[in-house]
Design a protein around this ligand. Structure first.
Ligand code: ASP
Length: 629
């Protein structure tokens, strides 16, 4: 470092910015050259290979494993690029003694010579497995206590311990690999967006509520007593304002904050690849972002996708019971209410005659052989989604009529109707057909989830990747109290006029689109409202009074009257994307320092108690004294 400082020319303060930039760039190149020659290591462990045979190298890293083999010591040295085997023999007594003293996770610098391993002694699991290093010198840069858990690849230590010592957990090669892949993913995306004219602009973290349907994280203001900032649930409104400002194409890899119940695999802070454009319609935006994802998979995983199919929300719900169908699974829901309206069996005839309900069937090829216990398990499973039971028919021998069907419900359904139903689902001998009959939402969710579970349980997946677009979402969904909430967010443009929207909001469709991959929503967005009158119509439908509109969104309404261009965009969930691309089981596995299921950080012990003085400065008095932890 001292060396670097010495070479620096002080840039005169008055120098023109362009000259300054040129000189600075030249200096940077000079600095990096310097940096390479003054670096401690010559190679990363994982970079060593046969081409370096006979060369002297220097490694810096951690002692992964130490083995003593009949007077020879083997150290596996680990750094972020992988492992290398270093051999110490007793000829160099001092170095040998030093190698004998090191323990797991000591930080060491080793100089030695690369040599090919003897025939048959290679290790195919190691990138550098064809060679080893004959150690000449070993310097201990730092010692380490015995780590709280072993760093072998399949360590099954509990997640809480791993998170508490995340800095050790991240040393595991499989964890490092995921973070490295994450970095390749963001690099590829940044490159693509940059090449396509997108500007990277940062938006505030201390802001007002940006409604995306979750609770806000609030930050008390010291300088404005009693007032709070909200952390952004997304940069939504700012990116729209950037379009009003004329930036045309924006992106940001942005942190978003949502205080949600963490039942599913969610994080209170997560990352979006946030995108907004002007003067493009939904086909253009889907085209640009689909190309981005296609290029990303090609570059990072060498996977090639064909054009993504488009499916309407209505079709997705009807066939798959989900607005993010997993198209790898070839099972489909089939509506059969029309055949059950007049049966003498209330469980079916009730929902079959109710327009807000649904009766659907799901055929599982070859499923008739499943034992009762399995069916009971699935019945319990659909119960999670509110289904009160799971009717079924095992098709043993269709040619035998009712006799050939094994089921507690067939006696309640006339054979003619049964046959129409079985034909409609395509049932053949050996199949089982499950039924859902309830409120439409319950049936779709329950059978939709069962479809996914059956797909995995019966190994039915037809391909590895199934990307798609879901389009034509409804504008609103009805809450239990009958009020309407935005399905996307309130800034999404409807596909009808303001008058039509207000006349019949429940049936209005939006100009929103979601990209779905393997049953996971990768990203979602929409064409936005750029007309003030339309924005106010949507606010009215949502029951937001004129005063509240001004108070919460006055700045947006202002912007819409000063020349807002037509605009739209979308945001991808980066954590979820990385999870899918790395095959990780949870988003916590692809975030360097994630929170636990209870939204806490066990390593830093955040959130933490603050002292009385800090609270007083923030004008806050706690209702109860926190319990001492
Ligand atoms: N802001 C939206 C979200 O967070 C994405 C978008 O509409 O661009 O879901």
């Amino acid at each position: 470092m001292l060396q670097l400082q010495k070479n620096r020319v002080n840039l005169p303060p008055g120098m023109a910015p362009d000259k300054r930039a040129a000189l600075h760039a030249a200096q940077r190149i000079e600095d990096s050259r310097e940096a390479i020659t003054t670096m401690m290591r010559s190679h990363y462990c994982g970079q060593l290979n046969e081409s370096l045979d006979g060369q002297e190298i220097t490694l810096c890293g951690w002692v992964h494993r130490r083995r003593d083999h009949g007077g020879v010591i083997f150290l596996d040295i680990r750094d972020r690029e992988g492992l290398a085997q270093v051999v110490f023999d007793p000829d160099r007594a001092e170095t040998f003694a030093a190698a004998d003293r090191v323990r797991s996770e000591y930080v060491v610098k080793i100089t030695g010579k690369v040599r090919l391993r003897p025939a048959g002694a290679g290790n195919a699991n190691m990138a550098s497995g064809a060679i080893e290093v004959l150690g000449y010198a070993l310097e201990v840069l730092n010692e380490a206590e015995t780590p709280p858990f072993p760093l072998n690849e399949y360590t099954d230590v509990g997640e809480e311990t791993r998170l508490r010592y995340r800095f050790i957990d991240l040393r595991r090669p499989e964890m490092a690999a995921k973070l490295k892949l994450r970095s390749s993913i963001t690099t590829s995306i940044r490159r693509y967006l940059d090449e396509n004219g997108f500007l990277d602009v940062e938006t505030p973290i201390l802001t007002r509520a940006t409604p995306e349907g979750a609770r806000d994280y609030l930050v008390p203001s010291r300088t404005h007593a009693g007032s709070f900032f909200a952390l952004p649930q997304s940069p939504q409104l700012f990116k729209q304002l950037l379009m009003v400002a004329g930036f045309d194409r924006y992106y940001q890899i942005a942190k978003c904050f949502r205080d949600e119940d963490l039942r599913a695999d969610r994080q209170p802070e997560f990352t979006q690849i946030d995108i907004e454009t002007s003067f493009l319609d939904e086909a253009d935006i889907m085209g640009i972002t689909e190309k981005m994802i296609r290029q990303l998979f090609k570059e990072v995983l060498n996977v090639e996708f064909a054009d993504f199919p488009h499916m309407t929300f209505a079709e997705a719900m009807r066939r798959y019971g989900s607005d993010k169908p997993d198209l790898r699974i070839p099972l489909e829901l089939v509506d059969v209410a029309d055949q059950l309206q007049s049966v003498d069996f209330k469980v079916f005839s009730g929902p079959a005659n109710d327009p807000k309900s649904r009766v659907a069937a799901l055929r599982v090829p070859g499923g008739a052989s499943m034992p009762r216990s399995r069916i009971d398990e699935y019945t319990k499973f659909v119960g999670i989604y509110g289904a009160r039971g799971l009717a079924y028919i095992k098709v043993n021998q269709r040619a035998n009529g009712v006799e050939g069907l094994q089921s507690p419900i067939v006696k309640n359904i006339p054979l003619d109707n049964l046959n129409v139903i079985l034909d409609r689902v395509g049932a053949v001998d050996g199949d089982i057909v499950f039924f859902g009959a309830d409120k439409a939402k319950i049936v779709s969710e329950a059978l939709g989830a069962l479809r996914i579970k059956l797909g995995h349980d019966f190994n039915l997946l037809t391909c590895e990747w199934a990307p798609m677009w879901v389009v034509d979402f409804p504008m609103f969904e009805e809450s239990d109290d009958g009020s309407l909430t935005s399905l996307h967010h309130p800034f999404t443009s409807p596909s009808c006029s303001a008058a039509e929207l207000e006349a019949n909001p429940a049936v209005a469709l939006s100009r929103a689109y979601d990209m779905v991959l393997n049953g996971t929503e990768l990203g979602g967005g929409s064409i936005r409202i750029h007309d003030k009158g339309m924005q106010q119509a949507v606010f009215r439908v949502l029951g937001i009074s004129e005063d509240e509109q001004q108070e919460k969104f006055g700045f947006l309404l202002d912007a819409l009257k000063y020349g807002a261009p037509p605009h739209g965009g979308l945001a991808f969930g980066l954590d979820r994307l990385v999870m899918l691309m790395t095959g990780a089981q949870s988003i916590r596995e692809v975030i360097a320092f994630p929170k636990t299921q209870s939204a806490a950080c066990v390593m830093t012990q955040a959130p933490g108690v603050v002292d009385a003085k800090a609270l007083r400065e923030l004008h806050i008095r706690l209702r109860e004294q926190p319990k001492a932890e």
